[in-house]
Design a binder for this molecule. Sequence first.
Ligand SMILES: [Zn+2]
Length: 405
Amino acid sequence: MIQLSKFPINTLKSQPKVSDNRSTSLLLQAGLIRQEMAGVYNYLPLWFKVLKKIENIVREEMNASWAFELLMPALGSKQHWEQTGRWDSIDVLFKVPASGGKEYALNPTQEDIVTPLIKEFIQSYKDLEFWVYHIQHKFRNEARAKSGLLRWREFLMKDLYSFHKNEESFQVYYDNQKQVYTRVFEKLGLGNDTYMTLASGGDFTDKHSHEFQTILDIGEDIIYICDDCNTSHNEEIVGDSFACSNCGSGNHKTHKASEVGNIFPLSTKFTDACGVKYADENGKEKPVFMGSYGIGISRVMWVMAEYFMDETGIAWPEAVAPASHYIIVLGEDNIEKASELAKQIESEWGEVILDDRMGRKDWFGQKMGDAELLWIPNIIVLSPKTLEKWGYEVRKRWEKEWAIV
Ligand SMILES: [Zn+2]
């Protein structure tokens, strides 16, 4: 239970003006975030709750697909980044000088760390295949970080890495992850507007990679969706003239979109660089095939804020809202009753914000405003008036009418 009388963070009367997007203004106004510097944010308690809920939805799906969770460090050794040739080739790699003239990397991704890590455990065909994932903070040394969605210097990501005996078994797993990702975005309420999108495979593979793109006005990418078969393509692989890679049709719609996830075939690029091989049934040395699968947890949260925003606040889906109920209590004498109600709701439902702030005449307006700004799905009012008549009033946030309980 979050008792607002003890909660140190207040909402603001008006929206602070920021240069990029309105959801950032709303998040600042609601007391969910504060900026540390461009591209770096403090996540205040209610925002942190949303983050954890998104993280757990992702975690549940990863565990359900038999991936093992581990935690690799945010700080990486220069030796590992040199081994894969990326110490110099990634221009946004954060390089941190350390004592004794050493240097480390603040990892922007972990292929370079996980591959040497698992080398010890892959000897024979019996050790394959397997997959591990972690949820960790990542860093990019962006020259021009912006606030809001676009270029971040620090962000939270889930990444999964899979290792396989051959390309066929890799492909089976890769196709399965497409379904896992589709489920994740459906659970987050983004399913209707999130498209698996063909994108460039980079220099790792001659195949396409797949991005998961959510249609969004402020999105940083352009996607083309085929009118005839719904296949989505990133602008980067289509260029000026569109022809659907699946059905050949030229009819399409163009959307701005924001990337919330991506899955990559890596072939043997990293396993070869790190000398990871296995012995097959005949003792013959074979290359190990690899894939990586990312979901930007913090980015998803920002995309959701933008996607679910309306005139008054951010209409979080119930699965990720900071709390399930917001109880407005008026009258000092009623706090105990409200607190009991909150406990009852928490035992059966989800977390409650109890607005038990007292000492001002105009609290009702302020409290209702905060409840709407935070868009908690269920709002309950418990006041001398409601108690006299029937008990308390409750409404679903998206309904206009009050139901009386
Ligand atoms: Zn098509």
